[in-house]
Design a protein around this ligand. Structure first.
Ligand code: NAD
Length: 253
């Protein structure tokens, strides 16, 4: 099956490594072009070096309004249109209710929800200029079931889903497809650190025992699914939320 991504241009955010990088890599493998961003120029340069000539980068901290404005100015200088947007950002810090201050809530709100709002607002006019536009929001299994000690993620990521579902109704009639993807545990640097931080092997064993496929997902598996959802081949998938979790989520719906 053809994904028909040749020469299409995607903005993939927070993509110097991890999930964002896996999506950029998969898109480039399908002959698409990508603009990636993250906060650190050195890591972005390394990522673009390994992605090849179909990738370009812009430095931006997605938690900052002004950085998103400059990111979008740079994107518009590179191209007047976009075929797709993959919305991703770093995770908000862990913590329980009593640990978290107002400023930590506001920072997480800016990083997790407002980055998605601002990127969407800025990208919609560019997406409207193409024939098969789509947006994919990367969230987490935490939108289906809370993860302990991740109060900020559990609270703010569902708001991204609320926006996605509402926006799907608003822009669907224009042919702009909007979906969300919810990773469980995918073997990025972040998850490797998380698992190695727990010196106790029983944490890993207990996690694996809850995943019916009995393994952590590979970034390439995540990248491939996102590339499909962003591609014209997924032309009738709209307003959907897809778990990529090896079966970890146990609910019926
Ligand atoms: P990672 O640490 O491997 O990569 C994060 C990327 O985001 C890096 O490129 C980093 O530079 C960039 N980044 C971080 N903060 C940024 C900011 N403020 N502005 C711009 N770029 C920023 O992490 P990952 O595993 O790829 O996770 C990506 C997102 O997905 C996080 O929000 C994470 O919480 C979430 N998530 C990951 C998993 C998983 O299994 N890996 C599961 C559920 C949710």
């Amino acid at each position: 099956m053809e994904l028909n991504l040749e020469n299409k241009l995607f903005l993939v955010t927070a993509a110097s490594r991890g999930l964002g990088y896996s999506v950029a890599k998969s898109l480039v493998n399908e002959n698409a072009q990508v603009i990636i961003c993250s906060r650190n120029e050195e890591s972005l340069q390394a990522a673009v070096d390994s992605l090849g000539s179909d990738a370009q980068y812009v430095v931006a901290d997605l938690s900052k309004h002004d950085d998103i404005q400059s990111l979008m100015s740079a994107v518009k200088e590179l191209s007047p249109h976009l075929d797709g947007l993959f919305v991703n950002a770093g995770g908000p810090p862990p913590g329980e209710f009593s640990d978290l201050s107002d400023s930590e809530w506001v920072e997480a709100f800016n990083l997790t929800l407002m980055s998605a709002v601002r990127l969407t607002r800025e990208c919609l006019p560019l997406l409207r200029k193409t024939s098969t536009p789509s947006i994919l929001y990367s969230t987490s299994i935490s939108v289906k079931q809370p993860i302990s000690n991740l109060l900020l993620s559990n609270s703010l990521r569902p708001a991204v889903i609320g926006m996605m579902r509402t926006l799907a109704d608003e822009v669907g009639p224009e042919g702009i497809r909007i979906n969300a993807i919810c990773p469980g545990y995918i073997q990025t640097e972040r998850v490797t650190q998380l698992l190695s931080a727990s010196k106790d092997q029983s944490f890993r064993d207990s996690l694996l025992s809850k995943i019916p496929l009995r393994r952590i997902g590979e970034p390439e598996e995540f990248g491939a699914i996102c590339t499909f959802l962003l591609s014209p081949l997924a032309s009738y998938i709209h307003g959907a939320l897809l778990l990529v979790d090896g079966g970890l989520y146990q609910g019926m719906m």
